[in-house]
Design a protein around this ligand. Structure first.
Ligand SMILES: NC(=O)c1ccc[n+]([C@@H]2O[C@H](COP(=O)([O-])OP(=O)(O)OC[C@H]3O[C@@H](n4cnc5c(N)ncnc54)[C@H](O)[C@@H]3O)[C@@H](O)[C@H]2O)c1
Length: 407
């Protein structure tokens, strides 16, 4: 039996995937409200294909509870934020979860950390917890790191088809855990040591952050000297070895905007390009605010209350708002653009999290003259015609209406 600890965006799909492939699974989360919903057959977030997977897992007997179970394999998938001052990983959730596991696990158990962690985290934070409970790592308790690569919006497919990395002290244990993931994963599974697995995951997200930052920096350079960054990228990408990404309003979510900080925090003085990329991407919401002011001047609009931000999530077609560029913008009160005045709307965000948040696309459009496309949800892509007559600032390059404004 496997006890999956933490039933959020990563833990829940993983638990469901294992269960639907015949593995006996109990999912544990200390959030009793969340557990209650799952027990009642309700999903806790929206994701393509998740409802079907949930149905299949329930049929195979998955259970959800708030108590940790005594079993031989644990998969820990709890948050790993970074400390805003030191930029280092804040391992408190993983430490607390492993501490609770130690209270119930039998000798011989394997604890798999799926949460993203920088190199050295298991050595520094997790081994001491195991040993403080009288266990010997590698003998009584086996530690494994199996980071997750899935992207919200396509999680179910990617769980099955992505390749994965498994880091273990003991390659035999690594192979045992590989067999568990192989119950549903059709991608290659590489078994390596723990520090390599820790570093690889953080490096992957850092690579993405740096490449996004390059596109964003180009957008700023081109804007400052009246060049069309999108056309320049289109032409440059015809080079066989160039693949520049599309600029955007910033980077959000729980991965790309967080993980590079771990390297900045742990390797100060060495992580220079990584730090620069983080600053560029974190500066994009401010650049969008600056562009809104410019566009308002150019078009003669003066009433900030008739500016509308479309999209509050950090990416398209998901309901996750963590670290999203829109929320970062709403927190800023600069450039004459008060976050408390602008109108906002997102079809995926139904609970009220911002002032002037609309329930429908129609009421949002009625209240605004300038639409700022912050997220390229399918809803707006399929209803572009509804924007005619509005001033449109498209930060995602999804709209081809005449007179469109871009980054
Ligand atoms: N969300 C993503 O797209 C993504 C992708 C790859 C990797 N990751 C990594 O996966 C990890 C989990 O991220 P997430 O997005 O699923 O987080 P989340 O916040 O959606 O879910 C975490 C869950 O853990 C529960 N929890 C926290 N501490 C607990 C404890 N001690 N005992 C029991 N339950 C506990 C919380 O109640 C919550 O439901 C993070 O390290 C993240 O970086 C996330």
């Amino acid at each position: 039996m496997i006890n999956v600890i933490g039933l959020g965006y990563i833990g829940l799909p993983t638990a469901l995937m294992l269960a639907s492939h015949g593995v006996e699974v109990i999912g544990t989360d200390y959030n009793t409200e969340l557990v209650g919903k799952l027990q009642a057959g309700e999903l806790t977030f929206e994701e393509k294909g998740l409802a079907e997977l949930f149905g299949a897992a329930v049929q195979k007997g998955i259970r959800f509870c708030s108590e940790y179970q005594s079993t031989d394999i644990y998969i820990v998938s709890v948050p790993t934020p970074y400390d805003k001052n030191s930029k280092k990983v804040d391992a408190c959730y993983v430490v607390a979860a492993v501490r609770s596991v130690m209270e119930v696990c039998p000798k011989g158990a394997t604890v798999v950390i799926e949460s993203t962690i920088p190199p050295g985290t298991i050595d520094k934070f997790i081994r001491p917890v195991v040993e403080a409970n009288g266990f010997i790592c590698g003998k009584d308790i086996h530690l494994v790191h199996a980071p997750e690569r899935i992207i919200p919006g396509n999680m179910v497919y990617e769980l099955e088809y992505n390749s994965r990395t498994i880091g273990a002290d003991d390659l035999g244990i690594g192979e045992k855990i590989k067999a568990v993931y192989s119950s549903f994963c059709k991608g290659d599974i590489v078994v390596t040591d723990i520090r390599t697995a820790e570093m690889t995951k953080v490096v992957e997200n850092t690579f993405r952050d740096i490449n996004i930052a390059f596109a964003n920096e180009l957008a700023k350079i081109c804007r400052s000297d009246d060049m069309d960054v999108y056309e320049i990228i289109r032409i440059a990408n015809m080079h066989p070895r160039v693949n520049i990404l599309t600029p955007g309003p910033g980077v959000g979510g729980h991965c790309i905007s967080v993980d590079p900080w771990f390297l900045v925090g742990d390797y100060p003085g060495l992580a220079n390009i990584i730090l620069a990329a983080r600053k560029i991407n974190d500066g994009m919401p401010r650049f969008v605010i600056h562009r809104i002011s410019q566009i308002m001047k150019e078009t003669g609009l003066t009433d900030v209350r008739r500016v509308g931000l479309y999209g509050m999530t950090y990416k398209e077609n998901v309901d996750d708002v963590r670290e999203s560029p829109t929320l970062q913008m709403l927190e800023r009160m600069e450039d004459g653009l008060s976050g408390g005045l602008v109108q906002v709307y997102d079809p995926y965000v139904t609970r009220k999290i911002a002032p002037n948040q609309h329930d429908t696309f129609e009421s949002f459009l009625e209240s605004v003259d300038l639409v700022v496309i912050m997220v390229g949800h399918d809803e707006i892509k399929q209803n572009m015609k509804m924007l005619s007559g509005k001033v449109v600032f498209d930060t995602r390059k999804i709209c081809d209406l005449p007179g469109i404004h871009r980054l």
